[in-house]
Design a protein around this ligand. Structure first.
Ligand SMILES: [Zn+2]
Length: 355
């Protein structure tokens, strides 16, 4: 049996002030790897927090724009990164995953500093790797998550709100996908804990989502914003760390994968979580959860998340290709019933008829 580890976190505008206390037992030389904009946003605060402390920063290193094996190897050859005892991973999903895999493959502890809240990458052990052209390469599976997550809510409040908006859609899928995918299963302790934590990926988002998004647009740190940041990064990440891939994914992500073959998606810059939030509606219709569907449909409308094909620059002529791709992946291979192409097509047609 594998040993499992779970990270802790601190959140607030002064979160980085805890760096020395939390990191020192793991080493005193830290290399910072991150996105270019993320480093700009966090550099001064990290310097302020470590100046005069026992933690020495060996340098700030841009990750290179893609979570690729090429960038990981390049970073591993930099002497200031080699001499560090610990790695600080700063930024959004791809930057954090790059730094994470550098740390994991060189057997050093790492700490994450999310500067946007759009995925749970800052909390998970999993790294998602891409080819230099941006296409998916592989999942880098590891059982080592970050030691600690330093969440500076002020930095996240100052980041573009579209990431938070899409992050809400992606995170809510964790509840609907885990609860449906695990239905009828005999769950082990951590699988069951993961599914229970998944319950926190719906209610708080419906309750605080709209206010949090408004506050992020106005660069205000509020309780509601912090609730949503924790939901996106921590609740969702904990579910990922606790449950197997069969349960953590489901029809909403299958639908997302379906849309990736339509070039309009990339062309118009539609975000992962935005498309997943449409996938949740399809999941709820297929699963005949009428009340829940109404609630989430209204929520999507209120937040401007997609409820019809044209919101994603797609038309009914794309549906066959979307559905074929959606059902060809691993996302719904473990499900309480067989999902047929017609079930998905009918759900999409039902959504079109409502608009
Ligand atoms: Zn996702």
């Amino acid at each position: 049996m594998k040993t499992r580890f779970f990270p802790g976190y601190t959140i607030g505008p002064d979160s980085y002030k805890e760096i020395e206390r939390i990191c020192k037992p793991y080493g005193t030389k830290a290399a910072v790897i991150g996105g270019e904009r993320a480093i700009k946003a966090a550099e001064n605060k990290i310097k302020e927090a470590t100046e005069g402390s026992d933690i020495r920063i060996t340098g700030f290193f841009p990750y290179g724009g893609e979570a690729s094996v090429e960038n990981i190897e390049r970073l591993k050859s930099i002497s200031e990164i080699q001499e560090a005892d610990i790695i600080f991973a700063v930024g959004g999903g791809k930057a954090v995953d790059t730094a994470k895999v550098v740390a994991q493959t060189t057997e050093r502890p790492f700490f994450t500093f999310p500067t946007i809240a759009s995925t749970c990458a800052a909390c998970t052990s999993l790294g998602i790797l891409y080819h230099p052209d941006g296409s998916l390469r592989e999942y880098s599976f590891s059982d080592i998550p970050p030691v600690h997550i330093f969440i500076d809510s002020e930095i996240i409040a100052n980041a573009p709100s579209k990431y938070l908006w899409a992050g809400i859609g992606d995170s809510m899928a964790k509840y609907f996908e885990t609860s449906v995918s695990s239905r009828g299963d005999e769950l082990s302790h951590s699988q069951a804990m993961g599914v229970y934590i998944g319950n926190m990926c719906s209610g708080p988002f419906v309750k605080y989502g709209e206010k949090a998004l408004m506050d992020c647009e106005n660069n205000i740190v509020s309780d509601e914003l912090e609730e949503i940041i924790l939901g996106i990064i921590v609740s969702t990440g904990m579910v990922s760390n606790l449950v197997s891939i069969d349960i953590t994914s489901g029809l909403a992500h299958a639908v997302y994968n379906g849309f990736t073959v339509i070039h309009q998606i990339e062309e118009h810059g539609h975000l992962h979580g935005e498309i997943v939030s449409y996938g949740i509606l399809v999941l709820l219709i297929v699963d005949k959860q009428k009340e829940e569907f109404k609630r989430i449909y209204e929520f999507n409308k209120k937040l401007g998340l997609p409820t019809r094909l044209s919101d994603l620059h797609c038309t009914e002529s794309h549906v066959d290709r979307i559905v074929e791709k959606a059902l060809s992946g691993i996302d719904v291979r473990h499900y309480p019933y067989v999902i047929t192409p017609d079930m998905v097509k009918d759900a999409i047609a039902f959504l079109e008829s409502r608009n």
